[in-house]
Ligand binder design. Structure first.
Ligand code: SF4
Length: 160
C-alpha cells in the first residue's frame, strides 16, 4: 500500500509503556513508508498507563466537574481531523465517541436513524459521509450553546 498513490500517516498515542520507544516506533513507521507523529492524550482508561512525566500528558483534555453541568459552552468540533472508520464499517466523528463506553450513551447511537444508520460505509460515498459529518458538527455546536453538549465534546473540543 505504501508504494501506491495513498499517503499513510501513522499516529502513536503516548503512554507510560511506550514513551521511551518513540524513536524506535518512528523508525519502524518510516521504514514502512509512513509519515509518523506522536500525540499526547488524557484518555488512558487506566491510570497505570499514564506517563509519570506529566509533560507528556494533554491536560487540556482532562475531565472537569463543571462538564457534568448543563452550562452553555462554545465548542469547535475537530471531527474533520479526527474522523475514523471502525472495524465494523462505520464512519465516526472521532475515536473518543467511537469508544463503546461513550458511543452507546451518545446521540449518535440514541438517535440511530438520524446518525449512525446513515454512516455505514457500505451504503454511502465519502462525500455523503463528510456531508453527514458537517451536519453533526453543526449539531454539536448548537448543543453546546444550549448547554446540552456531550461531556466528551466539552473535554476534547471546547473552544477555550
Ligand atoms: S469530541 Fe465531539 S466534537 Fe470533538 S471530534 Fe469527537 S465528536 Fe467531534
Amino acid at each position: 500500500m505504501s508504494k501506491g498513490p495513498a499517503r499513510l500517516r501513522c499516529q502513536t498515542l503516548i503512554f507510560d509503556f511506550n514513551h521511551t520507544k518513540l524513536d524506535e516506533i518512528q523508525q519502524w513507521a518510516e521504514n514502512k513508508g509512513m509519515e509518523w507523529f506522536s500525540l499526547q492524550t488524557m484518555r488512558f482508561g487506566n491510570n497505570k498507563l499514564m506517563p509519570q512525566d506529566k509533560t507528556l500528558i494533554n491536560t487540556q483534555e482532562r475531565y472537569k466537574e463543571e462538564f457534568s453541568h448543563n452550562n452553555p459552552i462554545e465548542i469547535n468540533p475537530k471531527c474533520l481531523k479526527s474522523c475514523v472508520v471502525t472495524a465494523d464499517g462505520y464512519f465516526m466523528p472521532c475515536d473518543w465517541i467511537r469508544n463503546p463506553l461513550t458511543f452507546y450513551k451518545s446521540e449518535l447511537y440514541l438517535e440511530k436513524k438520524k446518525w449512525i444508520d446513515r454512516l455505514k460505509i457500505s451504503d454511502i460515498t465519502l462525500d455523503d459521509a463528510f456531508g453527514i459529518l458537517e451536519e453533526w458538527m453543526e449539531n454539536v455546536k448548537q448543543k453546546g450553546r444550549a448547554g446540552q453538549a456531550e461531556v466528551l465534546c466539552k473535554m476534547k473540543c471546547r473552544a477555550c
